[in-house]
Design a protein around this ligand. Sequence first.
Ligand SMILES: [Fe+2]
Ligand SMILES: [Fe+2]
Length: 267
Amino acid sequence: MLLMPNELLHSYQDLLAPIHAFLHCKTPKRWIEQAANPKYLPLLLTDHLHCELKAAQSAGLLLRRYAVDKENAEKILTWLEPYETRVYRGHLLAADELATLTGGNKNNAVPRLRLPQGEPWQHELVDRMVLLMKEELHHFDQVFSIMEQHNIALQPTSASRYAAGMLRHIRGSEKGGLVDKLIIGAIIEARSCERFAALVPHLPEQIARFYVSLLRSEARHFEDYLALAKMVEGAGVAERVQKFLAIEQKLIESPDKALRFHSGPVQ
Ligand SMILES: [Fe+2]
Ligand SMILES: [Fe+2]
């Protein structure tokens, strides 16, 4: 059922062109048909909420592993903690419940990370990833409040095979591992963007409008990760990007065990 006005459906096509040019395949029609079934909406939103948190955590992990010292690493963990508390209790915590658990401190101020020395790519990593984390945590709050408004409880979900299916191919060397993680970050962001757009015509209007609003920042996140990977690896990055895109295509097109935001179609 088409719930969206046509102008809105056309408003983001320019954002999608580079995403479609980058990814090796579009989401299979079968996945869209399955995900569009209203019975899966609570599951998809739960999985989406986890994805926003994981996106922020992965960026935080890159900062802690490759750029900042211990003191600044602590600031990142403190920033993430209230969001993690909200989902890892197994149910969505209401604001007052969260305030009780965290002593009223939601800790959602963006930390100022100091990087007195370091390579140019490390400074770039800090600038881009702190902003990315801020945006992902904002998306988390937005998904959270949509779930509250629609009285949608957290569904029990397992992680999909998607990210793990790519992460198992990362190189063992320090810089090689970093570059591969950045490439995987770019691919996940690009796929998220492509999937939000694919779902828009099939969602209730309020959620569809929210998904359209996410497209611009996810498209920028894909560019951020790719720019960082190029900065660290140089010209050799193209070959690695193609390798991971081919792995991703298989994960997206082959039958999967369970429907998830980044799964293949379920048989
Ligand atoms: Fe996001
Ligand atoms: Fe993102």
